[in-house]
Ligand binder design. Structure first.
Ligand code: 13P
Length: 256
């Protein structure tokens, strides 16, 4: 991380876990632990139905609430989808877009990722756009190509000003939920690559200001060494964000 140039953002992705009642309790506990830890931004991306409870629990704290997806149309016949305006009215500030589980299980494509990110930004949300290679791509030596292509396609058409409402999360798919974490060097290599892609697309100033997170089995044990990397500006955390002590320790590592 480089706190002089950009915000460090520690975000939890709860995935399909916790009922509204449980969400209220967990957000309250994490918010208590995050109190005064203002060297990083803390975000919890919760299931849609948990949002009102999570927002209520986070009120007056330094925890912001995020969603895990958003549709790109403003309204209409899209059964099961949620619009950006709905999220904004509920008090949501961030939304994850293009998570590998959405790409893998729900047919999300680079094009829908781009559309969803744009809709989120237009509504005033910050889009946490996920990119990352699967294991076969890493073994074939095409990680850089895959990640740069996903990044470029997701950002296509966004202005530099709109880019200020973007966080990129580098999540190698083989590290998600597997307990297998990228080494700090592997994470740094790809996060630095993403920053070079941004510098090429926009300019160095925009690249320097962009928060780039690492995600994939990040926990209280490995957070400090990952965050010590110049280009790793935070984490997108799954499993460990459901454990208050673990998540609090990651927030501490980002404040050290
Ligand atoms: P885990 O931290 O459980 O590996 O999940 C990472 C992730 O997918 C965050 O979006």
């Amino acid at each position: 991380m480089n706190r002089d140039k950009r915000r460090t953002v520690i975000a939890g992705n709860w995935k399909m876990n916790k009922t509204p009642r449980e969400a209220f309790a967990l957000v309250s506990e994490i918010a208590a632990a995050a109190r005064g830890k203002d060297k990083c931004d803390v975000v919890l991306c919760v299931p849609f139905v948990d949002i009102p409870a999570a927002v209520a629990a986070a009120e007056g704290t330094n925890v912001a609430i995020g969603a895990q997806n958003v549709h790109f149309k403003e309204s209409g016949a899209y059964t099961g989808e949620i619009s950006a305006a709905m999220l904004v009215e509920c008090g949501v500030k961030y939304v994850i877009v293009g998570h590998s589980e959405r790409r893998q299980y729900f047919g999300e494509t680079d094009e829908t990722v781009r559309l969803r990110a744009k809709a989120a930004i237009d509504a005033g949300l910050t889009a946490i756009i996920c990119v990352g290679e699967v294991i076969g791509q890493r073994q074939s030596g095409i990680t850089n190509e895959v990640v740069s292509m996903q990044t470029k396609l997701a950002l296509e058409g966004l202005t530099k000003e709109e880019l200020s409402r973007v966080i990129i999360a580098y999540e190698p798919v083989w590290a998600i939920g597997t307990g297998l974490t990228a080494t700090p060097e592997q994470a740094e290599e790809v996060c630095a690559l993403i920053r070079r892609v941004i510098a090429d697309l926009y300019d160095q100033e925009a690249a320097d200001a962009l928060t780039i997170q690492y995600g994939g089995s990040m926990n209280e044990k490995n957070a400090a060494e990952l965050l010590a990397m110049e280009n790793v500006d935070g984490g997108l955390i799954g499993g460990a964000s459901l454990k208050p002590a673990s998540f609090a320790a990651i927030i501490d590592a980002a404040n050290a």
